[in-house]
Write a protein that binds this ligand. Structure first.
Ligand SMILES: Cc1cc2nc3c(=O)[nH]c(=O)nc-3n(C[C@H](O)[C@H](O)[C@H](O)COP(=O)(O)O)c2cc1C
Length: 184
């Protein structure tokens, strides 16, 4: 990589990967690990799909079923951490976000863009995480009222690039994303 000591270029590269993840279903950046803290303080991590990346607004979008544990956790503590490891780029991206749970009319446009085949991800019966008597003892009707957008307003970004000499930097909304180098 050129500009090895350029914080701005380092951050640009991370955003490019995130934007590519939204555009390309095969990109590893498409599927971040999304971590929350349960109401009783237990860390919870799961894979999600990245649906939007808006650099100008420092915002990412994830979609989910309102009845999942991550939503319960976010109602209690609206902070999430997202993690992406990109082996081909030797880049780790860690993001911290304040999350707003959007439902109802606010997600009409997003719902309209969800393909019919994917709408069944929102409405599993019985509710996600419920014990069931047999492996397939559940139904997946599409349920518009269960669809939620997790509006992730980024507050912090930590990047690690592995190379002959590793590079690590932290960027924060509070310093206008200027960033600073950290010991890796
Ligand atoms: C590749 C992949 C993509 C996934 N994408 C999403 C997603 O975009 N939104 C979502 O809520 N769950 C998604 N899941 C399912 C979650 O990982 C998780 O199993 C589910 O949301 C329940 O999580 P929770 O009970 O911790 O909230 C995905 C799983 C995989 C394996």
């Amino acid at each position: 990589m050129n500009d090895v000591d350029d914080l701005g270029a380092f951050l640009d590269g991370a955003w490019s990967h995130l934007e590519h993840g939204v555009a390309q279903a095969t990109s590893l950046a498409r599927y971040p690990t999304f971590a929350t803290v349960s109401p009783d303080g237990v860390p919870q991590a799961r894979t999600v799909a990245l649906r939007r990346a808006d650099r100008d607004r420092g915002r990412l979008e994830v979609q989910t079923d309102i009845e999942t544990e991550k939503v319960t956790a976010l109602r209690h503590n609206p902070t999430a951490a997202l993690h992406v490891w990109l082996p081909e780029a030797d880049l780790q991206i860690r993001l911290t976000a304040r999350v707003t749970i959007l439902t109802g009319a606010a997600v009409d446009d997003a719902w309209a863009r969800v393909p019919a085949t994917s709408r069944v991800s929102y409405g599993t019966e019985p509710l996600p995480g419920t014990p069931i008597a047999q492996v397939y003892a559940y139904e997946k009707p599409a349920n518009r009222s269960r669809f939620a957008v997790l509006d992730c307003q980024l507050t912090h970004i930590d990047l690690v690039h592995l190379d002959t000499r590793h590079r690590r930097a932290a960027f924060s909304v509070t310093d206008g994303w200027r960033g600073k180098w950290l010991a890796p």
